[in-house]
Design a protein around this ligand. Structure first.
Ligand code: CP
Ligand code: NVA
Length: 324
């Protein structure tokens, strides 16, 4: 099993169980089930979350989710700690491992979260780096599986930038055997090495990862239409970048090419009027807020899986899941 979560494919064969666990745990917890509501694998444990960038969903969903699992969340904002000023990532990892049961880290350079993990004796979870956003992908696939009955017949379409969210979305689709077609403007392609990993996983699971520069081709007959901001955190100086995304906005005209049962997804925050219109964001087929809520349930499953794997496994069996 995985020791840390840096990219979604770190979860390899356990990914399906992690998602099923989150779906079932959410259902039981919401029905007031005593066992689910008294599942405390993080009892008396402090879990630290370091943020170099702003966050709404990740921060709140981790803080609430850690509490619900019996733990104590400690949010460490970059300006308030020594990391990056007078202390290295490695020394920070060594110190935090003495106090905390797990660490989540939102950073700029992916190499920093990898460095934190390689120097930490407790699980490290990537809470977004410039390359990967695995917690988002776990919640996204949870939301897709909650919404659609037959995952084998699905097409997920990405229209937008070849960024961190696309990387983990395509890996996650490939891990579950779901076809993913992405449309990006020339010059904004996803990382070649990540695409290669995704294509290998897709071929193992009888699905396809297909690239195009044509948003209409990507959205054609798609069941899921997904986009993200054109300018990510850390790229604010690239003001002209947005000019390359003309024709990549998700609007009702583009959506008219999709399958009848289409849903719209976005990791949020959305820049309404840029990558998506209000009409699509607020449409009945938009599931962006279910997706945001699922950040918490998916992360609870991931935290329990990484911190106390046997308790997570027993809980899965109690919930009637066929755990590996
Ligand atoms: N989707 C996401 O990670 O949102 P935040 O930046 O608000 O955490
Ligand atoms: N691609 C975006 C995702 C925000 C959740 C960013 O990195 O800023």
């Amino acid at each position: 099993m995985a020791e840390h979560l840096l990219a979604i494919d770190d979860l390899s064969d356990d990914f399906t169980d992690i998602i099923s666990w989150a779906i079932e745990f959410k259902r039981l917890w919401k029905s007031g089930d005593e066992i689910a509501m008294n599942f405390f694998p993080l009892a008396d444990m402090a879990v630290g979350s370091i943020y170099e960038k702003p966050s709404t969903r990740t921060r709140v969903s981790f803080e609430v989710g850690i509490n619900r699992l019996g733990g104590y969340p400690l949010t460490l904002l970059k300006n308030d700690i020594q990391l990056g000023k007078s202390e290295t990532v490695a020394d920070t990892a060594n110190v935090l491992s003495r106090f905390l049961g797990a660490i989540t880290y939102r950073c700029y350079a992916h190499t920093d979260v990898a460095d934190l993990a390689s120097n930490s004796s407790v699980p490290v979870i990537n809470a977004l780096s410039d390359k990967h956003h695995p917690c988002q992908a776990a919640a996204d696939l949870m939301t897709i599986l909650e919404h659609f009955d037959n995952k084998n017949a699905l097409k997920v379409a990405w229209v937008g930038d070849g960024n961190n969210v696309l990387h983990d979305l395509m890996l996650a689709c490939a891990m579950l055997g779901i076809d993913c077609m992405y449309a990006v403007p020339k010059g904004y392609e996803p990382d070649k090495e990540v695409v290669k990993r995704a294509k290998n996983l897709a071929s193992d699971n009888n699905s396809k990862i297909i690239e195009t520069n044509d948003p209409v081709e990507a959205v054609k007959d798609a069941n899921v239409i997904y986009t993200d901001v054109f300018i990510s955190m850390g790229e604010e100086h690239l003001v002209d970048k947005i000019d390359s995304f003309s024709g990549f906005q998700i609007n009702m005209e583009l959506v008219s090419n999709a399958a009848k049962n289409w849903v719209f997804m976005h990791c949020l925050p959305a820049h309404r009027g840029d990558e998506v219109t209000d009409e699509v964001m607020d449409h009945n087929n938009s599931i962006v807020f279910d997706q945001a809520e699922n950040r918490m349930w998916a992360q609870m499953s991931i935290l329990a899986y990484l911190v106390d794997n046997s308790a997570w496994d027993v809980m899965g069996r109690v919930m009637g899941l066929e755990m590996k």
